[in-house]
Design a protein around this ligand. Structure first.
Ligand SMILES: O=C(O)CCC(=O)C(=O)O
Ligand SMILES: [Fe+2]
Length: 351
């Protein structure tokens, strides 16, 4: 049985190409230890919060939205947003662009391949030497932004509409993120302009994930459990597959809601809020029938900004419980081969 499995560890083979070979088994490098495999039977059907952002502009209803966001951030570090102002066609076009990109022959994609996490654009797969025990299916490219017009020429030239479609989505999601940061700060009782400059000068990394259909989805994950390192992540998924960990440590599948975007709190918000808000631990499962795509737009504060608990949120009853860190510290602490984000938030807890 084992002998039939694909065994090349040294050379690059994208997860997509492994799937194309039509193998009946998942390659052995993706097989997880039993204790960390997904177990659908254990996933409860918890209802996840959905926030209607259009209500923010009704003066009498605004406080209701702020309260909903506060509860979601405290309890789970996650919410979905609808009526967020990004047109459905812009979201669909962005997904279409990455479907087209990942469908290109491997040789074309390899031109963008790099194992340098500081490279502005990089294509790679789940072979991760720094976290050898983490096995998952993932192809990705990363875009460092700011401003978008300065880096769009680095993006894939194929498919030909890629830059235009992704540029529109990246710009729209960047603006949405700024609005959401203001609302999240307001929900903490802070001035929404707190950190305005750091947010303006912040970074945006867009990770495009492609999870090929997997013949044995129960043995593996598309992405292992992790929290995102930044402030907010805005995620668009083509079909279900994202699971988040709720406050009882149960995995909850995030449903697909047309037009909705998923908002995940990252470690910077957990640290800044001195633990009042939690970054959400999440993972991606794979499915036997369908390739899945997601676009994660990971936002963080200015590279050099040391982020510690906000002074307003620290007092005798609530002493600072996190160390200061900057996105730069994070980037330079990880090995070049590490994939961003695969750390759990307790790395920043003091003591
Ligand atoms: O594909 C997903 O749903 C999750 C992606 C993700 O967590 C990430 O890119 O950090
Ligand atoms: Fe993530």
């Amino acid at each position: 049985m084992e002998g039939k499995r694909e065994s090349s560890h040294a050379s690059f083979t994208s997860a997509m190409n492994l799937t194309k070979s039509g193998a009946p088994n998942v390659p052995s490098r993706y097989i997880l230890p039993r204790s960390v495999r997904p177990n659908d039977g254990l996933t409860p059907s918890t209802t996840l919060p959905v926030v209607d952002l259009s209500i923010l502009y009704h003066p009498s209803l605004r406080s209701r939205v702020i309260n909903e966001i506060r509860s979601a951030c405290k309890e789970i570090g996650f919410f979905q947003v609808v009526n967020h102002g990004i047109p459905l066609h812009v979201m669909k076009d962005a997904l279409e662009a990455i479907v087209g990109f990942f469908d290109l022959p491997l040789e074309g994609k390899m031109l963008l391949m790099s194992d340098n996490v500081h490279a502005p654009v990089r294509y790679g797969t789940s072979l991760n030497h720094a976290t050898d025990k983490v096995h998952f299916w993932r192809d990705f490219i990363k875009h460092y932004s700011h401003p978008i017009s300065e880096w769009i020429h680095l993006w894939p030239a194929n498919p030909p509409s890629y830059r235009e479609k992704m540029g529109k989505y990246a710009t729209a999601v960047q603006n949405l993120q700024k609005q959401l940061m203001g609302v999240v700060l307001e929900s903490l009782g802070m001035n929404p302009n707190y950190l305005k400059d750091e947010i303006e000068e912040g970074s945006q990394v867009m990770t495009m994930n492609c999870y090929p259909a997997c013949p044995e989805p129960q043995l593996t994950l598309g992405m292992p459990p992790h929290s995102d390192y930044g402030s907010l992540t805005i995620l668009l998924q083509s079909c279900t597959g994202l699971q988040i960990m709720d406050q009882n440590k149960n995995w909850v599948s995030v449903p697909l809601t047309e037009g909705a975007l998923l908002v995940q709190l990252g470690d910077q918000i957990e640290v800044m809020s001195n633990g009042q808000y939690k970054s959400v631990v999440h993972r991606a499962t794979v499915s036997p029938g369908k390739k899945r795509f997601s676009i994660a737009s990971l936002h963080s504060l200015a590279l050099n900004k040391k982020m510690g608990p906000a002074l307003e949120l620290v007092d005798e009853q609530h002493p600072a419980s996190y160390k200061e860190f900057s996105f730069r510290d994070f980037l330079y602490n990880i090995s070049n081969n590490a994939i961003l984000g695969f750390f759990l938030p307790n790395q920043y807890i003091t003591g």
